[in-house]
Design a protein around this ligand. Structure first.
Ligand code: PLP
Length: 365
């Protein structure tokens, strides 16, 4: 960022530390295993039925501010109060809305803090920084589970406004122990603890029990990982008082009418097809994981998600570049430095894609 520009003094100082998100270009015809998307497109029949419901929309009117029909369907599905839901353009936006609403420093403090384990989903840090909230990471243990002692110590010391815990966690693909999640909740009664269930469809574990037990627990959910990434529909299930506060910082029409209607159709009429695609991903995970383990020199963390977390013998950037040349795009964590320089994250693809990935990986080590 050039410092001599007239607007430089007007920019928020936090922006110096931030980079805009620019995904690496995808070579034509490449197998895309870098973004934890589903490899399965909707069937022609599902597309046709979706076209019918979308065609009924009145595009000259603003969308329903409350996404009422979608809200009621999700609330019924999750067994929660419809007023507990706050929608966003993906759960990315919901993270920003929650941090925005809860960004006041505690009395006597100079800034608010958001705490999360590391490594984890980068948007917690990125979004906190962009909103003037200080991010604080606590390293996971060797099994990529929560390291309870340092976590509880930092919770007491920093008294964060919000804690983010993705389980399964991105990029480690691990499910955090239920006991440790409960211990964090027990130790932080005046902190909002957001349990991010973005990958819960692949672990089969949801945290409604913790949300029911702890009034400061919240859950974050999205349609992005179950085959609907383009819709950009995510939501939080928040304690009702906090949901009402977060609603005040939400732009009224952040969830467009096409996404509302498509999401509802996919979660109801097309639900069997969406669930079957998730099932195919977990079957592929079970088929391919032993084949990955059999490759000499790799360390593969058991996956509870739709991706694998892999340590390669040397530089992950070199391996991912070599795989890209072979037409397979995966995510290297080399740029994060430290222990992550040897780490790759590879999304579970369709069977033929996974076979190509295995060949490319073997040839690239
Ligand atoms: C843990 C986690 N939470 C949330 C998201 C954001 O998903 P979206 O904004 O597409 O709903 C992601 C995306 O990668 C993620 O890994």
């Amino acid at each position: 960022m050039p410092t001599a520009e007239w607007f430089s003094p007007l920019l928020r100082p936090e922006l110096v530390e931030l980079k805009a998100y620019v995904p690496a270009p995808i070579p034509p015809g490449a197998v895309r295993l870098d973004a934890n998307e589903s490899p399965w497109a909707l069937s022609p029949e599902a597309r046709a039925s979706l076209a019918v419901v979308l065609a009924r929309l009145d595009l000259h009117r603003y969308p329903d501010v409350r996404a009422t029909a979608l809200r009621e369907a999700i609330a019924a599905d999750q067994g929660v109060n419809p007023d507990a839901l706050v929608f966003g353009c993906g759960s990315d936006e919901v993270i920003a809305l929650v941090l925005n609403a809860l960004s006041a420093p505690r009395p006597g403090a100079s800034h608010a803090t958001a705490l999360f384990p590391t490594p984890t989903f980068v948007m917690y840090r990125q979004t906190a920084l962009s909103l003037g909230v200080r991010p604080h990471g606590v390293a996971l243990d060797e099994a990529f589970d929560l390291a309870l002692d340092p976590l509880l110590a930092d919770l007491r010391r920093l008294r964060p406004n919000v804690v983010f815990l993705a389980s399964p966690n991105n990029p480690t693909a691990t499910l955090f122990s239920h006991d440790r999640l409960a211990a964090v909740l027990e130790a932080s009664t005046d902190t909002l603890v957001m349990i991010d269930e973005a990958y819960a469809a692949f672990s089969g574990v949801r945290y409604g029990d913790l949300a029911a037990r702890f009034p400061h627990a919240a859950r974050l959910q999205t349609l992005s990982k179950v085959g609907l990434a383009a819709l950009r529909v995510g939501w939080a299930i928040l304690p009702p008082g906090i949901a009402a506060a977060v609603e005040k910082v939400r732009q009224p029409y952040n969830l467009n009418a096409l996404s509302q209607v498509a999401a509802l159709h996919c979660m109801t009429t097309l639900r069997p097809e969406i669930d079957a695609a998730v099932q195919r991903i977990t079957s592929e995970r079970a088929r391919v994981e032993p084949l990955l383990r059999a490759i000499d020199g790799l360390s593969v963390t058991p996956s509870a998600a739709n991706f694998w977390w892999i340590a390669v013998p040397d530089d992950a950037a070199r391996v991912s570049d070599a795989m890209r040349v072979r037409g397979v795009v995966v995510r290297s964590f080399h740029a994060h430095g430290g222990a992550l320089t040897r780490r790759l994250r590879i999304t579970v693809g369709a069977p033929a894609e996974n076979d190509r990935m295995l060949d490319a990986l073997r040839a690239s080590l």
